[in-house]
Design a protein around this ligand. Sequence first.
Ligand SMILES: [Zn+2]
Length: 216
Amino acid sequence: MELDRYNAPLIFGTADCQGFGVNNTFYVVELALKAGKKCEPNCFLFRPSVSYNELSKKDKTTVYWLTNYYHGLPYDLGFRGVSQDEVVDKVIQWYKLNMIVEKPYVGVMNQEMEKILLKAGIPYVICRGGEGSFLPTTKELMTFGSQALCKSPFRTCGFHVKKPETSLIRTCAVKKSMYLWHWLQTVGLPQVFGIKTDDQKLSNSFALYFCDDKNN
Ligand SMILES: [Zn+2]
């Protein structure tokens, strides 16, 4: 479904995942599912189906780059025995538990997460911005989250390694799902309430939407 500002209320939750695109496959390592305003995102860890030692030299370089310069997740973070087969099951379970009949859609930015939702048969709305779109790019979402939402920005969940020589800001599925959820409740809805989107008014629109949101 295409998203406009008016149908943002149809979204009951947001989802994001991070992992490794190696061995011609995308392996989920971190899955974050955020439903409604009440809870923090649920975070699940998985282990790639192929062991690190079996990867090609090129794939090992990719893993190194992702762990050290992008999301900061170790390749073997997930518990042994928690395999990729469970990713779709986990998402379906979460959807059944949290979906609201009047709000059946999941908001998603990440293309890998889209594929998982498609596989799970769950309806979703692509919230990926670009030129001329009111939707945010990942960079804009991060700026929004850290400036407008939190006084002390939530950096990542605790699973991301920190190395002093590289950036401390990591791409975290928990953070992205949370920021996207809040973005949809505030910036995504200003036309509905006729609210201006300058930073000063953001907190007002946030409160106004939630007051109206009896089901959630
Ligand atoms: Zn994380």
